[in-house]
Design a protein around this ligand. Structure first.
Ligand SMILES: Nc1ncnc2c1ncn2[C@@H]1O[C@H](COP(=O)(O)OP(=O)(O)OP(=O)(O)O)[C@@H](O)[C@H]1O
Length: 308
């Protein structure tokens, strides 16, 4: 069942077409991720779904309801992670949660939420003394206090260090395990790949691809990138020549003693290159075959490099 349906939604700001004819639907219990570079239209899309902005055209249904008719009802049943700046600096973790809980007729117990966001040990700390990652976790906890069926997290990990990001990923995975639907935005491809059941890639306000991360990557050609490190530049130049004559190779780049080779049949190419190295008495110091990632999907669909 779809808990969220967005159909042909558009929104412009003056001449900026922030969101153009975007359509997607999220299933109950899934982690649905909207990923795109800065300015792609992620926040605008999310804010229209959250009822904070009105689309110029198109329709949005949240849990089978619309903002025009059922705003109060929708607000009770969705969770929105507030900006960290909405937290009360001079109140503790526990007090912030209790305050936000008091806004709702029904809410989850505060200790349970503190467990979920892994802040029980910090419950008596004032917000102003928390780290960036801890504040983000508290903001997620606030979004969860009314026991929402769908939670919206807008770039919850932006600017956090890798460990703090992973702590947030743990929460998203816990939410999935308890059957919540999570709609997430991010500009970290790795994050989308690790966490999402489905990913919607947007660029310049338009959806360019949508599917499971695995299926998106599977749509790419069978090409893989082989990385080789040889003993020195001369050896790498010789191997580069050998790579260029191998029929499965589509691209070769060399930097010093390192080679990056794209091949439609990486095993065959590697076999050829290792044969060449052993015949010419050269040692290959490092070999790896890089798996394709969502980043490659973005590049394949847009022809542009991905920048975090
Ligand atoms: N209130 C506004 N007024 C004018 N332009 C806006 C407004 N909100 C967004 N935009 C523009 O719309 C486009 C999409 O912005 P949006 O914030 O939705 O992108 P985003 O994908 O969330 O980017 P980021 O990762 O930088 O937050 C951008 O060109 C942005 O400058």
């Amino acid at each position: 069942m779809h808990v969220l349906e967005v159909s042909r939604v558009s929104k412009s700001f003056g001449s900026v077409r922030a969101v153009q004819e975007v359509s997607f639907a999220a299933n109950r219990g899934e982690v649905f991720t909207i990923i795109g570079p800065n300015g792609a239209g992620k926040t605008t899309t999310l804010e229209m779904i959250e009822g904070l902005q009105r689309p110029d055209s198109g329709a949005i249904s949240v849990l089978g309801m619309t903002w025009d008719k059922d705003a109060e009802n929708i607000k009770m049943r969705i969770g929105v992670q507030p900006q960290s700046s909405a937290l009360f600096d001079l109140l503790t973790v526990e007090e912030n949660l209790a305050l936000f809980a008091s806004f709702y007729d029904r809410h989850r117990p505060v200790p349970e939420i503190m467990e979920l966001i892994n802040l029980t040990d910090h419950r008596r700390k004032m917000v102003k003394t928390l780290s960036g990652g801890q504040k983000q976790r508290l903001a997620i906890g606030i979004g969860l206090i009314n026991d929402p069926e769908i939670i919206f997290l807008d770039e919850p990990t932006t600017g956090l260090d890798p460990q703090a990001r992973r702590n947030i990923w743990d929460i998203v995975l816990k939410l999935r395990a308890i059957g919540k639907t999570t709609v997430l935005t991010t500009h970290y491809m790795e994050e989308a790949e690790q966490l999402s059941d489905r990913v919607c890639i947007i660029d310049q306000g338009r959806i360019i691809a949508m599917d499971t991360p695995k299926a998106l990557i599977g749509r790419l050609t069978q090409e893989r990138e082989i990385h080789l490190k040889l003993a020195d530049e001369a050896a790498a130049a010789a191997a580069e020549g050998a790579a260029r004559t191998e029929p499965n190779v589509t691209r070769v780049e060399r930097k010093g003693a390192q080679l990056r080779i794209r091949s439609g049949k990486p095993e065959a190419t590697l076999y050829h290159l290792l044969g060449f190295a052993s015949e010419s008495g050269q040692t290959v110091e490092q070999i790896s075959i890089r798996e394709m990632s969502l980043e490659d999907v973005f590049i394949a669909f847009t022809g542009k490099e991905w920048r975090d």
